[in-house]
Design a protein around this ligand. Structure first.
Ligand SMILES: *Cc1c(COP(=O)(O)O)cnc(C)c1O
Length: 483
């Protein structure tokens, strides 16, 4: 391929740093070991065969556009097509991150306006759009906290407290930043126990990482007391914003007493996600942590022109190439504008309503360990079905036969046989009722014909995969074609 392009190129300099004499024969500058010795075997197929191949693959892929996707904690809401139309505007999607600031003022304004809205929604003073995912935002936020303590000369803080319901990325991030992770036990109401917090809180604690509502879908009633306690010992509060879909327009993490948070634009703000696609884990923070935000900082000069400010002596430095996943910012801004302030509040209200509706309907068929009003999601337990030999994994697989994506299972860890359901606001009552019928059917099958559920799925392109072997002997080659 390289050779073909080079042969076609005009004489002169092909690209700025490669003189033409070196590019005419690629073998002269590519190390011998990297040169192909045999001919390239490209399959001979017609265009229509190729199209059919990819269409067939696309059909096998389950997505939010093909069915109900109640994958708890992931907020698999419908991604409105208007977002895609806006992101495809040529003047936005053809710009290059290396273009000088004066040529891309509009794009910088998109980032600025989005940032202003997100600050307003979260109740924070400053923002960076750089991080590429929620976990990356966590890393950014904790590095900022670490730098803050270094800067004020507080060297003894080596611990981060993390509730036992936390997403796995929370303790992993704290560990990556060199902190010792201390687990906080939840109480019978599925919340951080204030007494357990008091026992663990001293001047060796740098931060508490919390999700609110937490991963049980329960709002932490004592959050104000928790933040007061934390701050009284000098610790900071990190907000995992993956569950923001439950509270937009209702309560702000900044007002709950948090110092820094990440948001997952690919969850709450309907930019596509799954399959490792581009995410955006923007980080918002208060005045105290602002100096530590990654550079460059998007700023405005006295003439109203946007520019990138690299001159921040306390910054943790760059966290991502260029300025982040720009396409996600365009989609998120389109989503915010399409909904408006009232619309975003309605999003959260409907998400909470849908989850409570499902919870109330489903609790007769499955155990509900925390029978409280939930926020945007709730967690059932398959304990009753397990007694009959049907595990939560079996239930999840059986749901696939009914055309529903499986809920999140075996998480959070505090619920045995956990089935975590997040319907999101974009589903209609009819869809929710259909899901209730399917869940009821599977519960009936689990009691009357357990073998049927244990053998599921029957209708998917691939039956059960051996997940352990797949993880241990990863083979990404089609038809075992590569060695
Ligand atoms: C999704 C999620 C994360 C991690 O976000 P990614 O964008 O997947 O890295 C962290 N915490 C919670 C509660 C989540 O649901």
């Amino acid at each position: 391929m390289t050779k073909l392009l080079l042969e076609k190129s005009k004489p002169g300099r092909v690209c700025s740093n490669l003189p033409v004499e070196e590019t005419q024969d690629s073998s002269s500058f590519i190390p011998k070991d990297f040169l192909r010795t045999d001919s390239l075997e490209l399959p001979e197929i017609s265009e229509v065969e190729l199209i059919r191949h990819f269409s067939e693959l696309a059909k096998k892929n389950f997505s939010i556009d093909s069915g109900f996707y109640p994958l708890g904690s992931c907020t698999m809401k419908y991604n409105p097509k208007i977002n895609e139309q806006v992101a495809r505007i040529e003047r936005l999607n053809t710009i290059h991150p290396k273009q000088p600031e004066e040529q891309v003022q509009g794009a910088l304004e998109v980032m600025h306006v989005l940032g202003e809205y997100l600050k307003e929604i979260t109740g924070f003073k400053a923002i960076t759009l750089q991080p590429a995912a929620g976990a990356h935002g966590e890393l950014t936020g904790l590095l900022m906290i670490k730098k803050y303590f270094e800067n004020i000369g507080d060297k003894k803080r080596n611990k981060v407290l993390v509730p036992d319901t936390a997403h796995g990325t929370n303790p992993a991030t704290a560990g990556m930043c060199g902190y010792k992770v201390v687990e906080l036990k939840s109480n019978s109401r599925g919340q951080v126990e204030v007494e357990s917090l008091k026992n663990n809180l001293d001047d060796s604690v740098a931060a508490i990482m919390m999700t609110n509502p937490n991963t049980l879908g329960i709002f932490e009633e004592n959050i104000l007391e928790i933040s007061k306690l934390a701050h009284s010992t000098g610790a900071l509060l990190y907000y995992d914003g993956a569950n923001l879909n439950a509270i937009m327009g209702i309560v702000k993490p900044g007002d709950m007493g948090f110092d820094v948070c990440h948001l997952n634009l690919h969850k709450t703000f309907s930019t596509p996600h799954g399959g490792g696609g581009p995410g955006a884990g923007v980080v918002c923070c208060n005045e105290k942590l602002e100096p530590y935000l990654p550079t460059p900082i998007l700023s405005k000069d006295s003439n109203g022109k946007y520019f990138w400010d690299y001159n921040k002596k306390d910054s943790i430095g760059k966290i991502k190439g260029y300025y982040g996943n720009f396409g996600m910012f365009v989609r998120a801004l389109a989503y915010i504008w399409a909904n408006g302030k009232e619309g975003l509040t309605q999003v959260s209200q409907d998400a909470v309503l849908n989850a409570n509706y499902l919870k109330e309907k489903l609790k007769q068929f499955y155990d509900l360990p925390y029978d409280l009003e939930c926020m945007h999601e709730f967690v059932l337990s398959g304990k009753r079905q397990k007694k009959n030999g049907v595990s939560t994994l079996n239930i999840a697989k059986r749901l696939l036969d009914y055309g529903v994506h499986a809920p999140t299972i075996y998480f959070p860890l505090v619920v045995p046989e956990a089935i975590m359901i997040e319907p999101t606001e974009t589903e209609t009552k009819e869809i929710l009722d259909e899901f209730v019928e399917i869940m009821k059917k599977v519960a009936e099958e689990a009691s009357s014909n357990p073998e049927l559920v244990i053998g599921a799925p029957y209708n998917t392109p691939v039956r059960r995969v051996d997940e352990a072997t797949a993880a241990r002997n990863l083979n990404l080659c089609w038809n075992s074609g590569c060695k």
